[in-house]
Design a protein around this ligand. Sequence first.
Ligand code: KIV
Length: 301
Amino acid sequence: MSSPPRRDDSAPTGRAPVTLMKLAEMRALGEPIVMVTAYDHPSALAVEAAGVDMVLVGDSAANNVLGYPDTVPVTVDELLMLSAAVRRGLKTPLLVGDLPFGSYEASDAQAIGTAHRFVKEAGCDAVKLEGGGASADRARAIVRAGVPVMGHVGLTPQTATALGGYRAQGRTAERARDVLDDALALQRAGCFAIVFEAIPADVTDVIMQHMDVPVIGIGAGASTDGQVLVLHDLLGIHQGRKPKFVKEYGAIGQAMIAGVAAYADEVRTRTFPGTQHSYGIAPEELERLKAAVSGHGSLAW
Ligand code: KIV
């Protein structure tokens, strides 16, 4: 036994669940939309308690929790397991599942099948896919099949190699036009919202004038309708180089190392466990046990 079985006895949040209509309303009212990634149940409880509006089980789980070098190898089954765990921890935010590389590009049928798995098996409210062009066709098909879709333009990590690496997109007039075209195609396809990743802020300002759906930025400046960050980046869980657009609001990685090191030290110096961490037995029971073990008692074994 490491911890007691869990049941959902958390207090009601007092907030109504976030719907697509609510997001559109927030955009119309100019209320910033807060989105963050989560990949497991404890993180879901934390982001729920923090009051975010949308949670993405991103394919960035690949490098943030599964140890892959990038997002390409992560599978549908892996993301479904993580999404289901997040679902069990959320009451309020809209839950978006990321369709991983290779799970939606081949055909509309493949895209619809994968999207339905995210809804039926993991309880996601919506799915996200990357890119314009053919991805806009896939988005349209999924929307028609009854699943809300979030688009993603600019730096699209699943196809980063084709984009010349992990770098800002839309830095020439022609490439900025490509980003605009992708965003418009996704909007026409019926996406309820679109992520803009790693785009110059001035380009975002121009594109925003053409957008009718909520736009969530990550490294795209301040004029979008909301912002998204990867939980592990914003909490400082990983050490090492971060993209320019990351701001760290915590140093959890350091705190984790310090906590485990303190535990290791106390085990090695025998200062843990203390009596307050140990179970007791009634003195008379202990006496009976000792007598029995030494051969003088009447305890039947
Ligand atoms: O997978 C992810 O974390 C994402 C966000 C960066 C939007 O796609």
